[in-house]
Design a protein around this ligand. Sequence first.
Ligand SMILES: C[S@@+](CC[C@H](N)C(=O)[O-])C[C@H]1O[C@@H](n2cnc3c(N)ncnc32)[C@H](O)[C@@H]1O
Length: 249
Amino acid sequence: MRELNKDELDSINNLKWWHRIPVGLVEGKPFYTPGMVQHGPDGSDFATTRFGLPADLNGKTVLDIGAWDGYFSFEAERRGARLVVASDMALTRPNKDLLEHANWGGNKGFRAAHRVLGSQVGFIEASVFRIDEAVRQAHMNTIGDLTGREYPLEYDVTLFYGVLYHLIEPFLALQKVAAVTREMAVVETAIAKGKDMKMELRPGFDNDPSNWWYPTIPCLQEMLIRAGFKRTELVFNLNDLRATVAAFK
Ligand SMILES: C[S@@+](CC[C@H](N)C(=O)[O-])C[C@H]1O[C@@H](n2cnc3c(N)ncnc32)[C@H](O)[C@@H]1O
């Protein structure tokens, strides 16, 4: 990490952030983008323990669907991934509710952090419902790319964090995630409590009009199997409110 200059600091501080991303040093101390969520206390390893992000991603390709400011994309890059592609839909389907509640500022934060970090993370603008087409298009567009960064048709590791419960058609979304995943997907979501195979419909839950469906953990695991994965593992259960499940091809 290097010391940030005044322009860089201003470019960060003038934006509204969701993520706290370590982007450099200020007076020798780690500086984090001033985001509202902390994926664990600064400097902790919640990305691994709570979100199941593999500690070593050396040589892997990673797709982060619904990346927002890109905390997990940049972390995957830091963990040695050969290629990381962030994707989000904020700019493709401007939706007032979504912009206000689930992704303010489009990908401005992502771009600012990307610039300051000197990151090589790529970006695909797409809804998860069209991610298979968008990944194919990006693959076609990068064949023979002089940088040698050909985007694959399937990614070794797909991250799908904090998106599922915002979707009207969650099962279709998991099928799309499976379609672009080669080895493993990690899904983090708000959940319903219980052991039954059920999905609770909670439109607008928590005063957030972008919230819809809350599966129990067994339901989420079964959906992942039906969507095309061979087996699943529960990574984390946060007080029966949120959970992370890894699914393997
Ligand atoms: C709660 S945020 C989660 C951000 C990040 N993945 C995390 O875990 O911190 C939800 C994200 O999902 C994105 N999103 C919402 N609907 C989506 C869709 N249909 N396809 C892809 N991303 C979507 C939003 O734009 C937003 O970036």
